[in-house]
Structures are given as C-alpha cells and as structure tokens.
Design a protein around this ligand. Sequence first.
Ligand code: B12
Ligand code: SF4
Length: 547
Amino acid sequence: MPCALTPGPSPAGGRGELLWNGLQSYPPMKVLFLHPGCLMYAEIYLRLEPLGLELVAAAARNAGHDVRIVDLQVQRQEEYFRELKDWRPDAVGFSLNYLANAPEVLDLAIRTRRIVPEAFLFAGGHSATFVAGEILAHAGGALDCVVCGEGEGIVGQLLEAAENHREKLYTLPGIVTREKARTGASQDAGGTPAPQFGTPVPQCGTRTPLIDNLGTVRPARDLLRRRRRYFLGPFDPCGSVEFSRGCPWDCTFCSAWTFYGRTYRKVGVEAAVENLARIPEPGVFVVDDVAMLDPEHAQTIADEIERRKIHKEYYLETRSDLVLRHPEVFRRWRGLGLRYMFLGLEAIDDDALRRFRKRTNVGSGFQALEVARRLGITVAVNIIADPQWDMGQFEAVRRWAASVPEIVHLTVATPYPGTETWAAEAHRLTTRDYRLFDIQHAVLPTRLPLDLFYRELVRTQEVLNRKHLGFAAGGHAFIHMARLLARGQSNFVRMLWKFHRVYNASRQAADHRREVRYEIALPEIGQVGNLPHATRVKMAASARGER
Ligand code: B12
Ligand code: SF4
C-alpha cells in the first residue's frame, strides 16, 4: 500500500486514510498507460517497444500501483476500450513523443474521459513537453495535466497528488495544468528551466528535474503483451536498450538536445548491461540519441558484455565524426555483434550542413561510410529533403544513392516545436495539422507543385527502397527470411511488400485535404528564449511574411 508523507485529512474524492503516525496511506491505484499507433515510417521499416513509457510504468509500479500498458502500435483500439470498461483504471497516462500523434491522443483522451469520468488523465513525452498548454486546451478538460520532461522521476509523486491533493498538482515541477498554462503561473519548485526554442513559457514553466541516476528504474518490459511484433528490419523480433541520454550538439532541426537542455548523461555500466541482459530478443536497438559518444563508456560496457558472455546483435544511431574519431570502438562493437548503424548524414552538400548546424562536413560523412564498410557494419543514412528542392535535386539524390552501397532514407525538413527551425520557420507553414508533422509530409511551401513534390519524393523513396529490397532479397537474406517465417516471425518479410500501400504520392497529397480538427499553435517572438541573432532576424522577417 503506497504511503505518502502528507499529513492531514484526505480531500474530498481521495481514497486515503490518515494513519496513527500522521502519514497518509492510500490503496494502490489502477494505472493504465497508453502508447498511440504507428506513423508512416513505423508502418514499414520498424516498430519498437516504447521504452520511455515502460520506464514510467515501472516507476509507477515501484510506487506500489497496479499498472498495465496498451501499445496501439501492436494492439487494436478495441482492446484499449475493452480494458477501460472491464478494468476501470483510476488513472490513464498517454504517451505523446510524436507530434503527429497529437490528434489521436486527444481523441482517445476525450473518449476515455467519457468512459471513466472520475479517472485522472495525464499525458507526457517528448512532444507533449513542447506543446503542453495547447494540448490541454484542445483536450477541453479531458486531460488533467501534462508532464513536461522525464516521467520516471515524478510519476510516483504525481499519482500521489492526483489521489490526495489534486488542487496542488500544479506545484509539482514540470506539471502543467490548464490553469497554470492559462495564467503562466510558475510556482513549482526544483524543476529544470524549460526547453528554449519555440516553447512558449506559459505552456511549461519548468521541466521535471533531470534524473541523476539513469538505469536504476528497470523498464517494465513484462507489461507489453505483443513483444514479438516489435522489429527493426531484419532484427525480427527486436528489443531496445538505453546506454545514454541527451546530446551535446545543437542541430537546428532537432529537439533531442533542447528536451534535455543539451546535457548528456550515461547509464551506469552495471545497470546498462543488466538491462541489456534482461532483453529476451536476440536483436537490440540502442535508443541513444548519439551512441558511442563517450569511448570509455562504450569500451567499459563492451568489457562487461564480454565478461557476462551476452550474445546479441545491435543496431544504433550515431554521428559520422564519432566513427572517424574512434574507429577502434566501432571495431570492438562489431566483434560484439554491431551489425547496423544509422548515420544522420542529412545532406550531400556542405551549405545545407552549415544551415543545419550539423558541425560536420560531407567529406567526413563519406569517410565514415568508408570506415564502416571496412568494418563490415551496414549503414543506413538519412538525407533531409528540402521542400524547396526541384526535379534536379531529387535526381541528384537518386543518382548518389544508387552509387553507394548504403541504405538511404529520405525525410522531409519539418520545423517542430522545440527546434530552432520551428522558431525561425513556423510563420511560413502551409498547414497546422499536427498529423502532417511526421517528417514524411511537406508542411512548408514546396517549390514544385505539391502533387509533383510528392511524386518526386515517393519516386526517390521507391528507388531507395528497391535498392534496399535488392540487398534484402539477395544471398543470406533469403535464408534469414525463411528462418524467420519458420519461427512464426513475419514482420520483416511483410514489410518488404508493403511499401506501395504506405508510400503513395496520391495518399500523401490527399492527407493535406483532410478535415483539420486540431491545429498546432504558432510561437510568438517574445516567447522564445536565447535564440541566435540570425534566427531572431529570420523569425521577424517570416512574421512579416517575407521569405
Ligand atoms: C528511439 C527513437 C525512435 C525509435 C522509436 C522508439 C519508440 N518506440 O518509442 C524509432 C527509431 C522507431 C523512431 C521512429 C520515429 N521517430 Co524517433 N526518436 C527516437 C529517439 C532518438 C529516442 C527516444 C527514446 O527512446 N528515448 C529514451 C526514452 C527513455 O525516452 P522517451 O521515450 O522520451 O521517454 C521519456 C519522456 O519522454 C517521458 N515520457 C514518455 N512517454 C510518457 C508518457 C507519460 C504518461 C509520461 C508522464 C511521461 C512520458 O518519460 C520517459 C522517461 O524519461 C528520439 C529523440 C529523443 N531524445 O527523444 C527520437 C524522436 C522522438 N523521433 C522523432 C521522429 C520524428 C521519429 C519518426 C517520425 C521518424 C520518421 N523517420 O518517420 C518515427 C516515428 C515512429 C512512430 N511512432 O511511429 C523525433 C520526434 C519529433 C516530434 N516532435 O514529433 C525525435 C525527437 C528525434 C528528433 N531528432 O527530433 N524513433
Ligand atoms: S541531430 Fe543528432 S547530433 Fe544533432 S542535435 Fe539531434 S541528436 Fe544531436
């Protein structure tokens, strides 16, 4: 039975009792956590366990509550609603990492409120942090609060407050209620200052304090009901692990660094490897923003993996300059099972890299590809398509992609709340439909007519996919697919034939014509902190309608 240091009588509606020693005791709450469905990319290439939500769920369970998770990436909405009606949770927590999922989460919250009117409903996650105030406004009372920042450190206190003194919720660091969002009140203590870019201060006075001791909460992997549905290309099934959190770089299009205030924290070696050892799947995705950033940490984890004789295969995301700086680390990890690496090359011209403030250049990106090839690590690279691209630029990317052995992905430049590009470009948006902010749609003006832009985009993605398919279908991959099917794992094989259904120029153009019920709020110049001068000038110009 959870026990809180909150003397005094229970407020009306609370279920707690006052104990002889003045402490408040209250029965465990039934807490249901929900992850929304897949976005385009996850429909095809990968679908991974929601590690952040598993951590929050574990922390709630450690606080003594009865906890369940529903993941709509691999479960149907009917299952969620059945769970609501049969189990009748006291609290429901919605995960909102991806901005494009906002309308789905809002609709689910509104329907949830009707089914369990007394329940405490809250949302959290990466995107929720940056748009907390507007999400609460859109929800029109369906959501009680939004948690800004990391969830595992605060969820115990949050549930305790929800149960016993809901009127004081807003005093918790990083917790935004409707009232707090409306008045801009920032009376919470001990929080970390709010992320800077595009984050209107009244939406989120502070974030939850950054956690000192990452890795001590063990993700509640056991709560996921369809683990075999998570996969990452040929890693089918696939688990996820976290070795570090945050990023010290400051690319203009990325919000990973603003979310964590440009900090970089490592999970202790023992905890990291223990968490890894507990993953039942043979393939593992390392979720770190920039894996292998600290070579010593990477080597010590490798030592421990060897000592414990853990045999897994790994897929990670990192930067090309790190591959060049510490090839010995990648060689060592290759020996341990590192098979795939995702490198955000982002562009094949230096001007664009400068604009993105990537702090690297095309030459070193290409050198890193060479190093990875020599090490036998398969690389997937990402290129950001600028909506201002013309036919020639698409063609150049197609030609380049065909000339290299790597897997190439194309995403569309998208300003997000929490990024510097959001502050600078938001006033040029052609749509404010959250659903289109998934880096597969163009939300800024395109140079080509929109239909043609999508035709070129899909055509390029198709060429890249065909190349990828060619690799996958050849040689060992065929045997691999046969083995997967024999084990009843069909995620990877299905993905190979699903491309045309998901990536389709007419479908993408039609997405712009859907009715929009929830619109993203635009930033105001006065609401963004510490922006570089050049960005402020750009912002002011775009606010005046200039390009
Ligand atoms: C790993 C990762 C993935 C994995 C998915 C992991 C998963 N299933 O959750 C893969 C590779 C599949 C992926 C895919 C995509 N991703 Co991604 N991804 C990341 C990355 C690098 C790390 C996320 C992570 O696991 N962090 C570690 C865990 C522990 O943290 P967390 O999930 O954030 O959870 C913490 C808090 O957010 C909070 N929290 C989370 N949920 C909840 C719920 C409640 C109730 C509460 C209280 C708190 C809470 O508490 C958690 C613990 O501290 C982030 C960058 C980042 N640093 O966030 C980008 C990021 C989230 N991805 C991004 C994008 C754009 C995408 C794609 C759309 C890309 C694409 N090419 O299409 C797809 C969409 C996938 C989909 N949902 O369908 C953007 C999101 C931008 C936005 N504002 O929407 C990010 C921020 C990267 C960036 N450069 O800006 N991604
Ligand atoms: S894109 Fe990568 S390197 Fe750049 S800020 Fe984001 S996580 Fe860091």
